[in-house]
Design a binder for this molecule. Structure first.
Ligand code: HEM
Length: 419
């Protein structure tokens, strides 16, 4: 254990959160998104942020855009990037390089600007085209039906543990080429890393996260070094491609994490929204084949698993009412954009038949547009259709628990009963 590093990071954490709480108490809506009791009702805070000038200048020093129009402009604008000009984390205390508190995990392409971003994304993009993903539809449907049938036999079950996590884990493991025998270990460490993705709040959490990152990277490095029977999976491509060993490990870890942490959220959020509203669930049960795709888009609009993304301008840029200096941190609130009344009528109502459901920013935009969007959609459709056809009388039980994270909106536990 590095005591000096711990003291330094512990001191920064304490100062960050004491200051953050004070600003939240003083009414700053951005900080209120991080702390209870305000964080329990993010939609009210999003509303406030959308109503005000774009961008909103938080007293924490970050700028925030929350309307659909302003968010879309920021994520698509090539003058913005994800690294400061010195190569650091947006808003971070470290000049060049990742800030361990704000960006505790090396997320490969997600944390790189072109040209490195372009080179690495190109290596794996061919495996995620809509056509390559559509070829996995049968597998996704089969796995979803098997998991749902096993859950139904229990009578009462936690959707997250029974379906929402194991379905995407099975499919991403197949695409990457992770052997079945290793999939559980990957899912375990992947979930531990996922818990820290939005930043950490204590030294203990940071240590837990560091340990999970080390384990996950070691497992991945080992798989990459010993490709047993190369058969054209993504890990084969990475092992043979022109990425360094470290780059290959980071990219494979990102694909694994992005491949299931977010999709599990989409499945849980969609089921909770439908069962909570009643009518959408009945629409899905009556006609799963045509309603499931609408449920996926409406969930991505109404309660997207990834709530925001950060950018910094590399040059001076005008955004709405302000001129932003290079390296100013800008948060684009993707979750708030999905409920912008300028785009969606009656935005707080969950309606799978809404014509504008697909007009969301849940997968962001620009060069970092989600590589796994077709896969996430396919898996969620398979899960919703399997649940509606096999357990039509599905209902919510008390005991749901949401993850406490500014970044990810998802359930940790969603207890359900079959009738
Ligand atoms: C509902 C599920 C998902 C959601 C909501 C989601 C959301 C996102 C968002 C918002 C970004 C961009 C962040 C930014 O602009 O900074 C992103 C990037 C990415 N996603 Fe997804 N994602 C999902 C599923 C997946 C899946 C299944 C994969 C599987 C491989 C995946 C792989 C990636 C990768 C590799 C990137 C980085 C792209 C780049 O930086 O060029 N995602 N995702």
């Amino acid at each position: 254990m590095d005591v000096k590093r711990d003291l330094r990071l512990g001191g920064r954490l304490a100062a960050m959160h004491a200051g953050g709480r004070l600003l939240a108490l003083a009414g700053d809506p951005v900080l209120r998104l991080m702390y209870r009791p305000w964080a329990d009702d993010p939609h009210r805070l999003h509303h406030r942020l959308r109503e005000g000038p774009q961008p909103y200048a938080s007293r924490s020093g970050v700028m925030v855009v929350a309307t659909a129009d302003a968010c879309a402009r920021v994520v698509r604008d090539r003058r913005f990037g994800v690294r400061t000009r010195a190569g650091g984390t947006p808003g971070g205390a470290v000049d060049g390089g990742r800030d361990p508190l704000l960006e505790p995990v090396d997320l490969s392409v997600l944390g790189l600007d072109p040209p490195e971003h372009t080179r690495l994304r190109r290596l794996v993009a061919p495996a995620f085209t809509p056509a390559r993903i559509a070829a996995r539809e049968d597998l996704a449907v089969r796995v979803a039906e098997r998991l749902v049938d096993a859950a139904a036999r229990q009578g009462r079950f936690d959707l997250v543990a029974a379906v929402a996590v194991p379905l995407p884990v099975a499919i991403i493991a197949d695409i990457l080429g992770v052997p079945d025998a290793d999939a559980d270990a990957f899912a375990h460490w992947g979930r531990a890393v996922g818990a820290g993705l939005g930043g950490v709040r204590s030294l203990r959490a940071l240590h837990r996260l560091d340990r999970a990152v080390v384990e996950l990277r070691a497992l991945m490095a080992d798989l990459l070094a010993h490709r047993r029977s190369p058969d054209g999976t993504v890990l084969d491509v990475l092992a043979a491609g022109d990425a360094s060993r470290d780059e290959a490990v980071s990219l494979a870890v990102l694909l694994l994490l992005a491949g299931f942490e977010t999709t599990s959220g989409l499945i849980g959020n969609g089921i909770a929204a439908m069962l909570g509203h009643g009518d959408p669930w009945r629409q899905l049960v009556d006609d799963p084949a045509s309603v499931a795709a609408g449920v996926v888009e409406e969930t991505l609009r109404y309660d997207p698993p990834v709530q925001f993304t950060a950018r910094v301008p590399h040059v001076e840029v005008e955004v709405g009412t302000r001129t932003l200096a290079p390296d100013t941190t800008v948060l684009a609130m993707l979750g708030a954009a999905g409920r912008d009344p300028a785009v969606h009528a009656d935005p707080d109502t969950f309606d799978p038949r809404r014509a504008t459901a697909g007009e969301h920013l849940a997968f962001s935009g620009g060069v970092h547009y989600c590589l796994g969007a077709p896969l996430a959609r396919l898996e969620a459709r398979a899960a919703f259709a399997a649940l509606a056809t096999r357990i039509p009388r599905l209902r919510l039980l008390p005991g749901a628990r949401r993850r406490r994270s500014l970044l990810l909106s998802e359930y940790e536990r969603l207890p359900l009963a079959t009738g």
